[in-house]
Design a protein around this ligand. Structure first.
Ligand code: ATP
Ligand code: MG
Length: 345
């Protein structure tokens, strides 16, 4: 679309600014203001065309924000929702890799950016799409980085969505602040943490961030929570041992007693990284607990081969765990039962 502010001749740089024609510098400023206004209008439109906007954050790096963001997005999309995911991590954007969209390049049409389309029809926008090569570091700092984020919010053609999931780099720095100030009607934040008790401290930073911006904490997800081992036992003649008590040695010398089922199968969840940190954080800070995602080596593999665990094993333990978290999240969104009166802690 042509810019209505471009009708004057911009080459006339030394024209007297007191007459009715703008100088080149004024022209540039007007065009910048016009683009900014268009972007702001587009951002405002997003608040009505996207029903729910959810920010996924953590105090610490590597706890599984991107895994949880993509897992929530896929689980919601499997349920028939229109879902988008915005990867705001400029230095380490890895959502495209997790969704098999690594080599995608952005499609821009009439000044609007069109998202990539991933599994289950998820629309994906990532800073990774702007990189020349996977190993090219992005060195944007300060205002340029924040300008790029605003542009990503305002210039992307999302269409109508039921859910937009926003994945952040670790911490509570500029990126979440810029998004919180640019996007209206954000439902709130989902905090991802690991099971250790130290998780309490990490969650606290994200809760205080939400409080300072008067945002809701939708809940805490405890990721990498327990590792399930299972097997089948039979006697020397090959007969399955039904309803038999077995002892399984867990981490730290803890012995778990398990009983086999009618087919001789058994399973037990081992607390390889301790357990309960996320649950304790939610109790201590009075915010909802959304559930646990188990430690699943398949999640690591799927991150490498670009086929998400929920896609490769839709009935697997991770998919079931994500469905549980999504169910709880939707209950909270519909009841509005998140914590709006958080204390700074
Ligand atoms: N439940 C899980 N079971 C096994 N591995 C997991 C699980 N969740 C995440 N991982 C692995 O842990 C690593 C970090 O996960 P992820 O990239 O999602 O974390 P992040 O919090 O987004 O990291 P960053 O802070 O760098 O953005 C990845 O290799 C991922 O495959
Ligand atoms: Mg990440």
């Amino acid at each position: 679309m042509s810019n209505p502010l471009s009708i004057h001749n911009p080459s006339d740089s030394d024209r007297d600014s007191n007459d009715n024609n703008p100088t080149a510098e004024q022209q540039k400023q007007m065009e910048a203001a016009y683009s900014q206004m268009k972007r702001r209008m587009a951002m405002e439109k997003l608040s009505s065309s996207i029903k729910h906007k959810i920010m996924v954050m953590s105090g610490k790096g590597g706890v599984g924000k991107s895994t949880v963001s993509t897992g929530l997005a896929l689980s919601l999309a499997k349920d028939g929702n229109k879902v988008g995911i915005m990867d705001i991590d400029i230095t380490g954007p890895n959502v495209p890799k997790m969704l098999g969209l690594e080599n995608h390049r952005l499609h821009v049409d009439e000044g609007r950016i069109h998202p990539a389309v991933g599994p289950e029809g998820i629309k994906v926008i990532s800073m990774a799409f702007l990189l020349e090569a996977e190993d090219t570091p992005v060195v944007w700092r300060g205002p340029i980085k924040l300008g790029a984020i605003q542009q990503f919010i305002g210039d992307v053609e999302w269409g109508n969505l039921d859910y937009l999931i926003i994945d952040f780099p670790p911490g509570t720095s500029d990126e979440p602040l810029t998004v919180a100030q640019s996007l209206q009607n954000i439902d709130g934040i989902v905090i991802v943490t690991t099971p250790q008790e130290i998780a309490l401290l990490d969650s606290r930073k994200s809760i205080n961030f939400a409080k300072s911006l008067k945002m809701n904490v939708l809940g805490i997800v405890e990721n990498m929570s327990g590792y399930t081992v299972n097997g089948t036992v039979s006697d020397a003649d090959g007969n399955m041992l039904k309803n038999t008590t077995l002892k399984v040695n867990g981490p730290g010398g803890k012995v778990h007693e398990v009983i086999t089922d009618d087919n001789g199968n058994w399973g037990v969840s081992l607390d390889i990284f301790k357990i309960g940190g996320g649950k304790k954080a939610s109790q201590d800070y009075s915010v909802p607990f959304l559930g646990k995602i188990p430690f699943d080596p398949g999640i690591v593999r799927s991150g490498d081969d670009g086929v998400h665990r929920i896609v490769s094993e839709p009935e697997g333990i991770s998919a079931i765990a994500f469905d549980g978290v999504v169910k709880k999240l939707r209950e909270i969104l519909t009841s509005g039962d998140s914590d709006t009166e958080l204390e700074i802690i």
